[in-house]
Design a protein around this ligand. Structure first.
Ligand code: AMP
Length: 376
């Protein structure tokens, strides 16, 4: 099967690495001019002039990047099967559409308002009660295009700094932890759920993901499974979908955002689950049976951002797996990740601390369950 991938970053690279054992071949279509996949056949097409030769090389199409022109994806959809569909991209590109879908499916979210002026932002902050987070409705990712307002009087400054015609304003959630649920749906509607991960973000960028969580109530996992299943079924979705959530003290979950693709918070599955998110995405889109999603052992993913650690020092940690993306160093750039696998969560935390000491600028790894009886 010849698979076309829209986008050509590290997610595409890891999809290809998972697809070679299935005899898949990959052609990437990069619309940014900065591909980094470094694998397969990469076509750079910033002005949409090479679509025909891309289509001639592929049997079906998926994507690893959702900030794509929707008309382009629709044009491809008219010629080849595209999984997940362009509708998933359209919704995920717009926080207002995404929240409306969550509302329609009764998936709880932080209280929110949509505003289109500094005055509207101030009124929303007053109504919701500060602190609030204001986010541009489109074009935001990794915490970009956002501002926290501690007081409604901050509205004018926040409006200027975000510099976007439409914002979503959300109550600032006092969460216990940030979590994500990743699930995969096959062409026949079969669904498999990964164990939820705890995610630590700093400045909006993911730094650590750990799964399974030692103190996660089974009922909370089931609640998350129910939310993501509703999304998958509503969108008649095929492939891997990610839903990021805030977990509150009472165990309730509030949806933050979703990504219609394999996700950084699922990289732990490459070494910690029976079937990786990448392999399962490829199985799903090709109509193959889904693989088991169970965790093999407590696993933590450590992101490498901006500067790389000494590979030999990282690999000297027992059961550490280094995944480098073959990119040059640049501040804020995702360059690699390390998966640490252990027999117990206590041992895992020791390894995470040892690894964090080797990774330049790694923040202190502080998980919600540390020091609780859930740690074993
Ligand atoms: P986002 O781009 O929406 O994923 O936001 C980036 C990060 O900002 C999240 O991972 C959270 O750490 C934080 N954040 C976003 N929205 C909220 C909120 N409503 N309450 C508290 N923290 C938030």
């Amino acid at each position: 099967m010849k698979i076309g991938v829209l986008g050509a970053g590290q997610l595409g690279r890891m999809l290809a690495l998972a697809g070679y054992p299935l005899a898949n071949r990959f052609t990437f279509l990069d619309t940014t001019g900065h591909p980094s996949a470094g694998i397969g056949n990469v076509m750079i097409d910033t002005d949409q002039r090479h679509l025909e030769s891309f289509l001639a090389n592929v049997d079906l199409v998926t994507y690893e990047f959702e900030h794509l022109p929707v008309p382009l994806v629709q044009a491809i959809e008219a010629e080849r099967p595209v999984y997940p569909s362009s509708e998933a991209i359209r919704i995920c590109q717009n926080r207002a559409e995404e929240k409306a879908l969550f509302d329609r499916l009764a998936i709880p979210t932080p209280a929110y308002r949509l505003v289109d002026s500094a005055e509207g932002l101030e009124a929303a902050a007053r109504e919701l009660g500060t602190p609030v987070v204001a986010k541009s409705v489109t074009e935001g990712y990794d915490g970009k295009g956002q501002a926290v307002l501690r007081d409604p009087a901050d509205a004018a400054d926040a409006w200027r700094s975000i510099n976007h015609p439409r914002l979503i304003v959300e109550s600032f959630v006092d969460f216990v932890r940030e979590v994500s649920i990743i699930a995969v749906r096959g062409r026949e509607g079969d669904v498999a759920f990964y164990p939820m991960a705890e995610n630590i973000h700093v400045d909006g960028i993911l730094r650590y993901s750990l799964a399974p969580m030692p103190d996660l109530d089974e009922a909370v996992q089931q609640r998350a499974d129910g939310y993501i299943r509703a999304l998958l079924d509503e969108l008649d979705y095929v492939g891997v979908l990610t839903l990021e959530l805030f977990q509150c003290a009472d165990g309730s979950l509030l949806a933050n955002e979703m990504a219609p693709r394999v996700h950084n918070s699922g990289h732990w599955t490459m070494d910690g689950a029976v079937t990786s998110q990448f392999e399962n995405h490829l199985r799903a889109i090709q109509g193959l049976p889904l693989g088991e999603t169970r965790a093999r052992a407590p696993t933590c993913m450590v992101n490498v951002i901006g500067r790389e650690p000494d590979p030999a020092a990282v690999l000297a940690i027992a059961n550490a797996h280094l995944h480098r993306y073959d990119k040059s160093e640049r501040a804020g750039r995702k360059l690699a990740h390390i998966n640490l696998v252990a027999d117990s969560h206590a041992e895992l935390l020791d390894k995470v601390r040892a690894c964090a000491a080797l990774v330049p600028d790694a923040p202190a790894p502080e998980f919600s369950f540390e020091g609780t009886s859930g740690e074993s």
